[in-house]
Design a protein around this ligand. Structure first.
Ligand code: ADP
Ligand code: MG
Length: 254
């Protein structure tokens, strides 16, 4: 089982979109996948067609264990089987201020969990304990960024957070790399920022990059996997997420 975190310390750059794209690729490939929604806003929960029913990831963090995970896990409406969600909810906000010695709670809850090939952890846009709890449960993490000024600076902070966690509560955690999202073919400003990212992070830059396409928002709004969405743009996006999933699966598994 590979546990892959999707993070950035900035909102709106595409963490949830990358999580959902990878979930869609994993479903297409027949991997048994669990999405853990650490964001109290619950965007990935909603786009996966799930309504939390009183128990969710907050319940799991209150009393971590495999039984709590099983009790809170719901099936995504994307498919009859193969894709589950540990839903996020506003109630999880209270776990954003846990002490550092509590950062292992999700990791502990996922230990011994069977029946999944892949767990995707969608993180909230902060440096708070929810992100750090999420990442501490992971073997690999991708940092999502847009090719813009402030987003590029936020990548550095996210990388330092991963590094800090590896030296502390998450010795197995490794950065898989940086996913650049919302790339537009003819933007000079973006080309400049992409060069900057390449010079700072060279081998950590993952390819392919994710283009900006309205089809991604349309599929998310309709709570559908991008692989099932019609049109050339959705096909292009599906191929991008297939390739990124391939890359993630080449990382050693637990
Ligand atoms: N590559 C893309 N093309 C078009 N829209 C995108 C793309 N990536 C993200 N978006 C849209 O941008 C908004 C923010 O993305 P989201 O994935 O929710 O970011 P985050 O989870 O980092 O806050 C969403 O409405 C999403 O549909
Ligand atoms: Mg999000």
């Amino acid at each position: 089982m590979l546990v892959l975190g999707v993070c950035s310390l900035k909102g709106g750059v595409g963490k949830t979109s990358v999580t959902l794209g990878l979930a869609s690729a994993a479903l297409e490939r027949g991997l048994r996948t669990l999405v853990v929604d650490m964001d109290p806003q619950g965007d990935s929960t909603m786009s996966l067609g799930v309504q939390p029913e009183g128990v969710d990831v907050a319940t799991v963090l209150d009393d971590p264990g495999e039984a709590a995970v099983r009790a809170a896990t719901l099936a995504s409406t994307w498919a009859d089987a193969g894709l589950d969600v540990l839903p996020g909810s506003e109630r999880n906000v209270r776990h954003d201020r846990l002490d550092d010695h509590e950062l292992g709670r999700l990791r502990y809850a996922l230990t011994g969990l069977t029946g999944y090939d892949l767990v995707l952890v969608d993180c909230p846009p902060s440096l708070g304990s929810l992100t750090r709890i999420g990442l501490t449960a992971c073997d690999r993490a991708v940092v999502v960024t847009e090719p813009g000024l402030f987003a590029v600076m936020a990548v550095g902070r996210a990388m330092r957070t991963i590094d800090e966690l590896r030296r502390g509560p998450a010795p197995n955690l490794q950065p898989l790399g940086i996913v650049v999202n919302r790339v537009r073919a003819r933007s000079l400003e973006q080309a400049f920022r992409l060069d900057e990212l390449r010079s700072l992070y060279g081998p950590l830059m993952l390819t392919p990059q994710v283009p900006e396409r309205a089809a991604l928002q349309q599929a998310q709004g309709a709570a559908q996997p991008v692989h099932a969405w019609p049109g050339a743009a959705a096909t292009e996006l599906s191929e991008v997420f297939d390739a990124l999933l391939d890359r993630a699966l080449r990382a050693p598994r637990r």
